[in-house]
Structure formats: structure tokens, C-alpha cells
Write a protein that binds this ligand. Structure first.
Ligand SMILES: [Ca+2]
Ligand SMILES: [Ca+2]
Length: 92
């Protein structure tokens, strides 16, 4: 976990805002893919999806995502990914 960088935190205050996430996804398509989000979020449908996502990560609903909330979410996403990969292995 030591090399998990908190890259999306543009102003380094330890909290993520929706805007920082949009900018981070734009800069980091790999992260976007890992989180299952489009890399290029604009107003409208994709932004609604991001906000839905944002609120699912923001477990205390204070409209900011803390490092802990983000890491917990990333861990869950990775676990889901691994589960899907395992299932694929089993069915092949
Ligand atoms: Ca921030
Ligand atoms: Ca929060």
C-alpha cells in the first residue's frame, strides 16, 4: 500500500472534490479505467455518473472524499476486479 499515491488530490489538502477527480481522470486514463469511469467527463450524463460514484465513495457524505475513503473504495474496486478475473479463469 506504500506505493499507492494519492494522485488525484490536486491541492494536496488530503481531500478530494468532484472537480479534482474530473481533472485526475482526464490526466490518468488508467485510473479512470480502474474505477470504471470515463476519462473525459463533461457536463451532462457522464458528470451525473461521476456524482453518483462520488457519493458512493464519500461514505460520510460531507461532499469531500478523504484519503481513507478513497483507499477503501480503491481496495473494494480491486477486490471486485480480482473476483471477476477469478470467475473468468474458472469458466475457461
Ligand atoms: Ca484536495
Ligand atoms: Ca467524506
Amino acid at each position: 500500500m506504500a506505493n499507492t499515491r494519492f494522485a488525484p488530490d490536486g491541492n494536496k489538502d488530503g481531500m478530494l472534490t468532484p472537480r479534482e477527480i474530473i481533472l485526475a481522470l482526464r490526466k490518468n486514463p488508467t485510473l479512470a479505467a480502474r474505477l470504471g469511469l470515463p476519462a473525459n467527463i463533461r457536463e451532462g450524463a457522464t458528470r451525473d455518473r461521476l456524482m453518483q460514484y462520488f457519493h458512493s465513495i464519500d461514505s460520510d457524505q460531507n461532499d469531500e472524499i478523504s484519503r481513507d475513503e478513497f483507499l477503501r473504495f480503491a481496495k473494494l474496486a480491486r477486490r471486485k476486479e480480482q473476483a471477476v478475473a477469478r470467475k473468468k479463469e474458472l469458466t475457461q
